[in-house]
Design a protein around this ligand. Structure first.
Ligand code: SF4
Length: 265
């Protein structure tokens, strides 16, 4: 029995030709026909190659797993109780929802004060992250919690300026920090700046701490199935070449004349 959906998914914009008749081992149609245009992942990858690595439509989605886990929280019933109280007096007039105190602090010394004990996960350089930064950053700020600015924001910002390979200004990073600060109340919460390998190389956290007054940072070691780093698609040759100059791995090599000619034709 397989618990994973095989060979066809909305995440890859693929389908089986025989949707009601699928091999459970491979996810292929029970009868794979010569001449099929290749609607499934196996067929489509034969035409599109490495592009099938990306969830699609690329750039405007976030993705979730389709795996059928054999156990989930719906298998448990959580029962409350009507007697006793923890963290507050056993008094029906005082043990009210608004009286719940979830404040906490994280970090060294006196720490960063949180009104609620969670941090909003890092939102990086992608369009999805940038477009939703105002809602998430302002929401985190007025909630009194933390939010992290994710990887590659400086590197992908074509307005960023560098000296000796280190960032000295990034309007995108500055905008994200300032937006959180404008809505932060009573010093609760904090905006973190994450760094992956390239951010570290470009001195992003040093810049954020010294120039933007950021008090907390996060080192990125991996994400889900990725061990490290992220991937983006670049549609602009000049941008691809600039990213390569900034130290990013860009494939195929945008400085190679064969690649340039292929891109331009
Ligand atoms: S390539 Fe074969 S398995 Fe894939 S959709 Fe077509 S018929 Fe089905």
């Amino acid at each position: 029995m397989t618990l994973t959906h095989l060979n066809a998914s909305a995440a890859t914009l693929t389908k089986n030709r025989t949707e009601d008749s699928i091999s459970p081992f491979s996810g292929m149609c029970t009868t794979c026909v010569d001449g099929c245009i290749g609607m499934c992942e196996i067929g489509k990858s034969a035409y599109r190659g490495a592009e099938m690595i990306y969830p699609q439509p690329f750039g405007i989605i976030t993705t979730a797993s389709q795996k059928d886990y054999p156990v989930d929280l719906s298998h448990f019933t959580i029962l409350g109780r009507a007697a006793g109280a923890w963290g507050i007096e056993e008094d029906s007039n005082r043990a009210l929802f608004p009286a719940v105190d979830l404040e906490t602090t994280i970090g060294a010394d006196n720490g960063i004060r949180y009104k609620l004990p969670f941090t909003v996960a890092a939102m990086g350089s992608t369009n999805v992250a940038k477009n939703n930064w105002p809602g998430l950053a302002v929401g985190a700020a007025i909630t009194g919690t933390g939010i992290a600015i994710g990887e590659n924001v400086v590197g992908m910002d074509m307005d960023s300026r560098f000296a000796d390979g280190k960032v000295i200004s990034s309007s995108d990073l500055e905008w994200r920090v300032q937006l959180f600060r404008e809505w932060q109340t009573d010093g609760y919460g904090e905006v973190f700046v994450q760094a992956n390998v390239e951010d570290t190389m470009l001195g992003v956290q040093e810049y954020a701490i010294k120039k933007l007054g950021v008090k907390a940072v996060e080192l990125k070691w991996g994400q889900g199935a990725k061990d490290i780093g992220g991937e983006v698609k670049i549609k602009d040759l000049a941008k691809a070449q600039e990213l390569q100059k900034r130290g990013y791995v860009v494939l195929p090599n945008p400085s190679n004349h064969v690649v340039i000619e292929a891109f331009l034709t």
